[in-house]
Design a binder for this molecule. Structure first.
Ligand code: ATP
Length: 289
């Protein structure tokens, strides 16, 4: 049994996001294309001498409530179910924007489930981990699987897709906070005028057609966030004017991403966004499958 495990918890972007309806249980039925990107948190799980204690430390002050951390909840769930009484520390070095629409908390949760499974040889397969993960968050099953997928239901009904065509991806988190609850509270599924064509997007991915895929990027949640936070449009405009094939917001925002087929153009846009002071976190990265 190893005493230390290090994992990468990758963030995601939504290449397409549609909200179909509000369900009687309060959740929303969604229709999305999820894509893992090479922006990750480090999750380092170490055994300690303090039996029964699950300690979580992070480099981000806002996550100081350790028992509310999804990594803590993941470990607690497996410790309780399997009667584990060892002590562990979970160290999280955050790079995925917090409350940014990139499922960072779910990614940490998924990585912790995998790490505990390995450290304590619980022999849970991916399906068993997903069944447990969905109890902690709708995006957790996807984060366990990773790669490219259509996600339906609340996000837990997953259809894997092949890797999309390679491109350069800029991820820009503006210095505003948007709560996921606020966006869901204000979206009106019945009056959405434009929606992404998820099936067409999946075809573009299968055909490895970056240009068709880029044209189809769409996120209905921008209807709620863009009027409220003009910085989202400003960043999209800089991306598109700078040569992005397209640019949209990820998840419930406010993170914006742009796809580029040309690295020089992407680098110029990175400079431009930095000079205009529009972002709090900025990455030039790529898809991961
Ligand atoms: P989604 O895309 O799934 O809506 P998000 O990217 O908008 O998620 P997260 O960063 O996953 O948002 O976190 C949302 C909230 O979850 C945070 O405000 C924070 O209080 C809580 N949280 C709990 N654990 C974590 C974690 N390990 N990392 C980030 N946030 C966490």
């Amino acid at each position: 049994m190893s005493d230390k495990i290090e994992l990468k918890a990758y963030g995601k972007i939504n290449l397409g996001l549609d909200v179909i309806r509000k369900r009687p249980d309060g959740y929303h039925d969604l229709d999305m294309i999820m894509q893992t990107v090479n922006v990750y948190d480090d999750i380092i799980i170490t055994k300690t001498e303090k039996n029964g204690e699950i300690k979580v430390t992070t480099d981000k002050e806002v996550l100081s409530n350790e028992k509310g951390n999804l990594a803590y909840m993941a470990a607690r769930m497996l410790f309780d179910e399997f009667g584990i009484n060892d002590g562990i520390e979970i160290r999280i070095n955050k790079r995925i924007p917090i409350a940014g629409g990139m499922a960072g908390g779910s990614a940490d949760c998924a990585a912790t489930l995998k790490g505990i499974n390995e450290m304590f040889k619980l022999n849970l397969d991916e399906k068993a981990l997903m069944e447990r993960g969905v109890k902690l968050g709708a995006d957790v099953p996807y984060c366990i699987m990773g790669g490219t997928a259509i996600a339906r239901g609340i996000g837990e009904i997953l259809t894997p897709l092949p890797a999309p065509p390679k491109c350069h991806v800029i991820i820009a988190k503006p210095p505003v906070s948007v709560s996921t609850a606020y966006v869901y509270g204000h979206i009106k599924p019945d009056s959405i005028e434009k929606r992404p064509d998820i099936e067409k997007m999946a075809d573009a991915i299968r055909n490895k057609d970056l240009y068709a895929l880029s044209k189809l990027l769409y996120n209905v949640m921008e209807d709620v966030t863009v009027p409220e936070y003009p910085v989202i449009s400003q960043i999209k405009d800089i991306m598109i004017n700078g040569g992005a094939l397209n640019s949209i917001m990820s998840g419930s925002g406010p993170t914006v991403f742009g796809l580029f087929d040309n690295i020089e153009k992407a680098e110029k846009v990175m400079e431009n966004l930095t000079q205009n002071n529009l972002t709090e976190q900025l990455y030039l990265t790529e898809f991961i499958n």
